[in-house]
Design a protein around this ligand. Structure first.
Ligand SMILES: [Zn+2]
Length: 168
């Protein structure tokens, strides 16, 4: 058994007794003295332990390219053609069907909805004024259609296509 140098030092730290001798031993890797137990035969100092340990792993959420809840879907086919029935892979069916089209739904926040509702109300008021000044039916029809669309927003219909059409 390899022997390492040891020495006794009085406590210096807050959790040590300054009248008590503590055993120190050379780190088997770097040779720095570190406190050890009375019956230790070799030690690795905290610095070397730190170096041996991998830094904490920060896992990136891997984007599987699958929509949330795909494993609840009756049938889901990923971009590689893997077929799943309620999340269970159907190996025999691999590559037999086109990938499931993923429709990304945009969720609007309460604040955004409020903003769109207010804007829609303003637009509707303006359009109604505009409508009064119009003479021709075909012009009125265009405005009325726009009022109808803005009214949908005011009634709480926040579909992506509608929002894009009206507010961009
Ligand atoms: Zn060390």
């Amino acid at each position: 058994m390899q022997e390492y140098a040891t020495e006794y030092r009085y406590g210096t730290k807050w959790n040590e007794d300054s009248k008590v001798l503590y055993k120190f031993m050379e780190c088997k890797i770097c040779g720095a003295f570190d406190k050890c137990c009375e019956n230790s035969t070799s030690i690795t100092c905290w610095e070397c332990v730190n170096e041996m340990c991998e830094p904490p792993e920060i896992k990136n959420k891997k984007n599987s390219g699958r929509p949330s809840g795909w494993h609840f879907m009756k049938q889901f086919i990923d971009k590689d053609g893997n077929v799943f029935y309620k999340g269970v892979e159907q190996l025999k069916l691999k590559g037999t069907m086109p990938p499931t089209e993923i429709i990304k739904k945009i969720k609007y926040t309460k604040k955004e909805k409020q903003k769109y509702t207010q804007e829609a109300a303003v637009k509707v008021a303006k359009l109604k004024k505009e409508l009064k000044g119009l003479r021709w039916k075909k012009d009125k029809k265009v405005i009325m259609q726009r009022i109808k669309n803005y009214s949908k927003i005011m009634n709480g219909k926040f579909t992506e296509s509608l929002i894009k059409k009206l507010f961009s």
